[in-house]
Structure formats: structure tokens, C-alpha cells
Design a protein around this ligand. Structure first.
Ligand code: ATP
Ligand code: PAF
Ligand code: BAL
Length: 288
């Protein structure tokens, strides 16, 4: 039977609801999102249900992680449909705060960290992005008091940043990564996929195909830089504007030049017209 999904919009209501869960010794899992929910998000909620007795999903399009040139204003907002999906999957609570609940008047603190947040990659192209993410995620952790929080590997650098941040700040929460959910043709599910024209949608799976090809080449013994150079060529030939295609140590995100320094993660970001897509795979996982 589908569970009821209660909707709350203030910190006080959120705390009250979580306190009620705690009174009967429930464990609470948090799934932070920006809404426009797809099967990737729903997989996070399903995994959350397996790992905790209560699930809180948050929908908040966080302004501080968008640069002024980015898509904050046009970011898809589909709360009624999102709530229906959350009800179907048995999420207990939707926390959909107004901006004043997260950044009340006079808010003056930013959480920023070195390590994976400054490893280049997304940070090179979105320089204030991870400070915005780290700040809002810290707030959501503190406001909810959840025991665990689930994040998708699709945003791999974000997962590394949040994991490091929780460890560095002794936040009393366990961060759990969930493998990327893909369309049948390999495209990583993303709320931004809906911006793609039919022609761009047909081009988009090339990103994942190229990641797999580079991984295969490296596994067969190719030099990592040579395999990446050929991957970069394929992505450009496929009509993308490439931001980066790089190999990194999977935990620290430090640059790597050989599998011996592994585990190795391949990460890519590229644009089709105005739409920016990201993806990544583990080289060792591609062996399977
Ligand atoms: N395809 C996916 N598989 C697994 N997790 C995902 C997937 N897409 C998003 N997530 C995770 O869902 C959480 C919320 O992400 P978000 O709401 O930004 O969705 P998104 O689809 O990544 O949106 P965007 O297109 O803005 O990047 C993040 O932890 C993110 O990594
Ligand atoms: C983690 C997050 C919800 C913080 O705004 C966002 O970056 C996202 O949706 O991945
Ligand atoms: N999925 C990460 C959120 C962002 O791109 O801003």
C-alpha cells in the first residue's frame, strides 16, 4: 500500500515531523534534490527506503549554486508531478522550503572546502558552484537531523565534496552514493535532459559511449592520455562543445596517469547548444 507523503515547507514543521519519527525510534534518510524528478531520483528514494525506516525528500532549487549566467530562472519546477511520484514510491515526507527557510534575512555564512571541490573539473567551469552546494547541503543536514543522506554518482564530484565535507565537519550523518541510472541508450538521466531538442537527444548518448570506449582502451593497455585524446576527438566530432574529459583518482579526484594509481574515474562535461551534460564511469567497473 502506498504511504502517505506529508508535505512541509518550514524548518519548524520539518523538525516536528522528524521528531515524531524519532519518538518511535525510526531511522531517517534524506534525499536532497532540486525537483523535476525522474527515475534517477526515484531510485535514490527506493534505496533510502531500504536503508532507513523513514524517507525525507527535499526539493529546493538552490540559487547559490547557480552562476548568474546559468539556468536558475528556467530550471524546471514540477512540484505536483513530483509529489505524485513521491507518493507512489512511498516517500514519507517532502520538504519543499521557500528560500527564506534556507537563507533567512541576514544570512552570511558560506561553507567552502578544498580537496575534491577544488580539483578542477566542474569547479573550473562553475567556480562558485560547490560553495553553494556545500552550504545548502549543510543546512539540509542540520535542519532534518537525518541519519543518512543519499546522493547520485551522476554528480560524482558533488558526491566526493559532500562525503569529504561530512567527514571534515564531523556531521552526524552517513553519506551514501548511488550508481547512475541511465536511459536504455546509456544517457545518464538528468532533469536537464528535457532541454534537449530531438536531434540533440539523439546525439547525447555519445557521451556515455565515449566514456566506455576510453575505459575499454585503458583496460586493454592504452596509455590514459592517448585514450582520453581520442575520446575528446570523438565528442567534438559528435557535435558537442567539450568542457572536459579527464581521468581522476576515484576518491581524491587527483589527476592520474595510470591504472596503478587507481581506482580511476573518467569524468566528462560537454554542451549541446545551451544544454550542459555531465557523466562519469569507473574504469574498473567498465571491465564487468
Ligand atoms: N541519473 C541519475 N542517477 C542517479 N542519481 C541521480 C541521477 N540524476 C540525478 N541524480 C541525483 O539526484 C540528486 C538530485 O539531483 P538533481 O535534482 O540536481 O537532479 P539532476 O537530474 O542531476 O538535475 P540536473 O539536470 O540539474 O543536474 C543528486 O544526488 C543527483 O546526483
Ligand atoms: C545536492 C543538491 C540538492 C543541492 O542543492 C543539488 O546540487 C542536486 O540536486 O544535486
Ligand atoms: N545536479 C547538480 C545540481 C546542479 O547542476 O546545479
Amino acid at each position: 500500500m502506498a504511504r502517505q507523503t506529508l508535505v512541509v515547507r518550514t524548518v519548524a514543521e520539518l523538525r516536528q515531523a522528524v521528531k515524531r519519527f524519532r519518538e518511535v525510534q525510526e531511522t531517517v534518510a534524506l534525499v536532497p534534490t532540486m525537483g523535476a524528478l525522474h527515475d534517477g531520483h526515484i531510485t535514490l528514494v527506493r534505496q533510502a527506503r531500504q536503508r532507513a525506516s523513514r524517507v525525507v525528500t527535499t526539493i529546493f532549487v538552490n540559487p547559490t549554486q547557480f552562476a548568474p549566467t546559468e539556468d536558475l530562472a528556467k530550471y524546471p519546477r514540477t512540484e505536483a508531478a513530483d509529489l505524485a511520484r513521491l507518493r507512489d514510491v512511498g516517500c514519507d515526507l517532502l520538504y519543499a522550503p521557500d528560500v527564506s527557510q534556507i537563507y533567512p534575512q541576514g544570512f552570511a555564512t558560506t561553507v567552502s572546502l578544498a580537496g575534491p571541490a577544488q580539483a578542477g573539473l566542474e569547479d573550473r567551469f562553475r567556480p562558485s558552484h560547490f560553495a553553494g552546494v556545500a552550504t545548502v547541503v549543510t543546512k539540509l543536514f542540520c535542519q532534518s537531523g537525518a541519519d543518512i543522506a543519499l546522493f547520485g554518482e551522476k554528480d560524482y564530484q558533488q558526491l566526493c565534496v559532500v562525503t569529504q565535507m561530512a567527514r571534515d565537519l564531523d556531521l552526524p550523518i552517513t553519506v551514501v552514493g548511488v550508481p547512475t541510472v541511465r536511459e536504455a541508450d546509456g544517457l545518464a538521466m538528468s532533469s536537464r535532459n528535457r532541454y534537449l531538442t530531438p536531434q540533440q537527444r539523439a546525439q547525447a548518448p555519445l557521451l556515455h559511449r565515449t566514456l566506455r570506449q576510453v575505459a575499454d582502451d585503458v583496460i586493454k593497455g592504452a596509455d590514459i592520455e592517448t585514450a582520453l585524446a581520442s575520446g575528446r576527438g570523438a565528442i567534438a566530432a559528435g557535435g558537442f562543445e567539450l568542457d572536459y574529459l579527464e581521468a581522476r583518482q576515484a576518491v581524491s579526484l587527483a589527476p592520474v596517469t595510470s591504472l596503478a594509481e587507481g581506482p580511476v574515474r573518467l569524468l566528462v562535461a560537454a554542451r549541446l547548444g545551451a544544454t550542459r551534460l555531465i557523466d562519469n564511469i569507473g574504469v574498473e567497473a567498465a571491465r564487468r
